[in-house]
Write a protein that binds this ligand. Structure first.
Ligand SMILES: [Fe+2]
Length: 158
């Protein structure tokens, strides 16, 4: 049985490591690695954020309020749009200094999401054991059926 907290926090750790590697790759102007890292981020973040929007956040409404939950979900839209732009920037023949600046800003913004989201793991500890067990199954199931974030949020078509 999937242990929800382990799986959920491991996703955040994966995002953290990927972003730190991305920052280094961008600094070193290693855009081949940067491209692969952004791709990995897109693939991992889609199922994770899909899980949050469908299952985790609705169950946190009594604790966080509807407004806060809405703002967490709209942060996902912003993250997907930035991720899409990062992919576009990295697919260009020449990556400019301005692009590099954008990529660094993207890393900071995405780190903020991972950090905010780690806080929802603490709140989830207030939910019932049955609910948490279901979360574990739902999160793992979405990894095989979920789409990349840019596709899930409708900013990319494939
Ligand atoms: Fe998260």
């Amino acid at each position: 049985m999937a242990e929800f907290f382990v799986e959920f926090r491991n996703d955040h750790r994966f995002v953290l490591r990927t972003l730190i590697d991305l920052r280094k790759a961008v600094e070193a102007r290693d855009f081949t690695s940067a491209r692969q890292l952004v791709e990995a981020l897109d693939t991992a973040a889609g199922p994770h954020m899909g899980f949050e929007e469908r299952y985790l956040y609705p169950s946190l409404i009594p604790l966080l309020g509807e407004e806060r939950v809405k703002s967490l979900i709209s942060d996902h839209q912003g993250a997907a749009e930035m991720l899409f732009k990062a992919k576009q920037v990295l697919s260009k023949e020449t990556v400019t200094d301005e692009d590099v600046e954008f990529l660094q800003e993207f890393v900071r913004a995405f780190l903020q999401h991972a950090s905010d989201c780690e806080g929802t793991a603490l709140l989830a500890e207030a939910l019932s054991q049955e609910q948490i067990e279901r979360f574990g199954e739902q999160l793992v199931a979405l990894r095989s059926t979920g789409k990349p974030l840019t596709v899930y949020k409708g900013v990319a078509t494939s």
